[in-house]
Design a protein around this ligand. Structure first.
Ligand code: PLP
Length: 382
């Protein structure tokens, strides 16, 4: 049985060229980037080159990039360090109810420390209304953290509008966005959209796990989240992971020029899947916002079909999908994103699966996926 992977939003396969780069770096570039000898300088060059590539991909300067261990560390750093640095200026933070736990957990932590957090609601399409950001802004608001795109339903937020609102209101709040899911397909420009802090992770774009970066606007000086050595110009302690950094650089170099093509390809695959389900008269709904959507995330509600059972039955047919957010894997708590969209009593919460496309997803695979979805969902229907 051929195994088919439709869970790229959870994590993505490493691109073969990235594997080569990682292997080569592991074998040959083992110097500590802080060492002043030849081996160290060699590793330092890898870090410096990668930083330039990361910066260019989001319209930033190399000095504005802090290399981290991924999305979680970038989010934690942006949120917790902003709060600790600015607590004398204000203790109010704005975020949304549908953020990833890498944002929500630091918010809960800060609430315990006496900060006040406003959780903006979303509409049924998972969208944060930028007007709500404007209404929630206060003189003591020090941070607004709204994700670029949601990892469960794929709704893309109006980041440009939110950035403009914060700037036009002359608010001193920093604007952070978690761009972990959006980075591979969306056109991100931190200066254009008035973004102060932005998180990216390597393993969603066919790069290695445990690597990512945080963009920090040059006017902002955040204390280091990790305490120890003076790496990353004292902004992130810890010996640089050269193979992962080189691998992420390669992943970025591969994906950036392909962004638009990938988006079009995923749009077609999405259309194909939905058309095939429609033709079979399956009763289903697509969660998200068709007008502002990550094309590679397809969140589907099959009425009266348990998502857990559907997921397990598909798995037996070799198909990997996810229910709710895969980053909380092993955790069967209902999705906070779907609750925020539909209310906690909605049957949609227990009956939604997430299908996500990526490198290697083909039209033939979609045929098989649709076929199995039709068969299994009809069989499981209560
Ligand atoms: N933010 C979002 C939106 C995510 O989807 C994820 C991972 O799924 C993360 C943050 C965490 O990133 P990482 O796994 O690199 O720590």
């Amino acid at each position: 049985m051929e195994k088919m992977y439709f869970d790229h939003a959870a994590t993505s396969p490493i691109h073969p060229e990235v594997i080569e780069v990682v292997y080569e770096a592991m074998k040959n570039h083992y110097g500590n980037a802080s060492s002043i000898h030849n081996f160290g300088r060699d590793s330092r060059r890898i870090v410096d080159n990668a930083r330039m590539v990361f910066a260019k991909s989001i319209g930033a300067k190399p000095s504005e990039i802090i290399i981290t261990s991924g999305g979680t560390e970038s989010d934690n750093t942006a949120i917790i360090e902003t709060a600790l640095k600015r607590e004398q200026e204000g203790k109010h933070i704005i975020t949304s109810a549908v953020e990833h736990h890498a944002v929500l957990k630091p918010m809960e932590y800060l609430e315990k420390l006496g900060f006040e957090v406003t959780y903006l609601p979303v509409d049924k399409k998972g969208q944060v209304d930028p007007k709500l950001v404007e209404e929630a802004l206060r003189p003591d608001t020090i941070l607004v953290s709204i994700m670029y795109a949601n990892n469960e339903v794929g709704t893309v937020m109006d980041i440009a509008k939110i950035g403009a609102i914060i700037a036009e209101n002359e608010s001193t709040a920093y604007f952070h966005t978690d761009a972990v899911q959006a980075y591979g397909t969306e056109d991100i420009d931190v200066k254009r959209d008035h973004i102060d802090l932005l998180s990216v992770s390597g393993h969603k774009i066919n790069g290695p796990k445990g690597i990512g970066f945080l963009y920090v606007n040059e006017t902002i000086h955040l204390p280091s989240f990790m305490l120890g050595g003076e790496q990353e110009k004292k902004r992130r302690a810890g010996t640089e992971n050269i193979p992962a950094i080189a691998g992420l650089q390669k992943a970025v170099e591969i994906i950036q020029p392909q962004r638009e093509d990938r988006r079009l390809k995923y749009h077609e695959l999405r259309k194909q899947l939905i058309e095939q389900l429609n033709q079979a008269n399956v009763v289903f709904e697509v969660n998200g916002n068709p007008d502002s959507q990550l094309e590679h995330i397809v969140s589907l509600w099959f009425e009266n079909v348990s998502a857990e059972q559907l997921l397990m039955s598909l798995d037996l047919s070799g198909i990997a999908v996810s229910s709710g957010s895969a980053c909380t894997a092993g955790n069967i708590d209902p999705s906070h994103v779907l609750i925020a969209m539909y209310g906690e009593k909605s049957p949609i919460i227990a009956e939604t699966i997430r299908i996500s496309f990526g490198l290697g997803t083909t039209s033939e695979q979609i045929n098989y996926l649709a076929e199995q979805l039709i068969k299994v969902s009809s069989r499981l229907k209560k």
